[in-house]
Design a protein. Sequence first.
Length: 314
Amino acid sequence: MSDSFVGIDVSKATLDVAVIPSNEETSVPNSEAGCRYLIAIFSSIKPKLIVLEATGGLQNLVAAMLIAEGFPVAIINPRQLRDFAKATGKLAKTDRIDAKTIARFGEAIKPEPRPFKDEDNQGLTALMTRRRQIIDMITAEKNRLGSSHVSVKKDIKETIAWLEKRLAEIDKELSKNIRQNKVWHGKVEILTTCKGIGPVVSTTLVCSLPELGTLNRHQISALVGVCPFNRDSGKMRGKRTIFGGRATVRAMLYMATLSAIRSNVAIKDFYDRLTKAGKLHKVAMVACMRKLLTILNSMLKNMSPWDPNRMQHP
């Protein structure tokens, strides 16, 4: 393995590639043929790390093919890259400049390569994404219904009924996919033993947070974005705030925590203790989200169901 770092700027049509410290650059189509060409190049270079920016799924093909060949690939959050570019004074923006910036980010930060989701997991993630889209469409149609003219109310109601039918069909397909995969099924069964965690939340955690059960409590909290960060400077002590993380997982965890503070004794007692101590609802909720996530992480790490009589999960 060499000391080379590769940055790939991904667009719908092309893959712009930069290699440092050799400063080699190339551009290939974002297709199987283009990816095979890159694999041939990287096989001779043997880069220490290949870094790509998450671009709404456009990176899936090249990332999957590179990982299948055994290359170390890290997919980073676009916001991280923008902040890095600003910090290093790289204000100009072209695809080739972005590729070189991504490579320099990899060299400076060295993000940890993570295993990419296999085909089945990608399919499950796509179903979950589609489910959220349908829910958003149902909400939008219901909001229109109240203020719409009588001439279109019937059409809106029929659209809502059709969307609700599709939502039920997707839920059935999700359940079927979970049952057919022994690993997923086992994880979902364990997670749903914890009060407050239902099928949708557990499925989201399985497909969108595969690291659950493999990291320590601090790492998993930071990954989801429920770990407060200090905002201090000199004598000033700012409020601790959560930042970044996986928004989809965090949204589901929030809904689960709302349920848990009513039905899960461990979370309810913790929430009551915080609010009685004068903590604001929002602060108490984030703390409960973090505690619930820690519990779920421990359950999957030990592959043990939730025991209501043993609330001292680490």
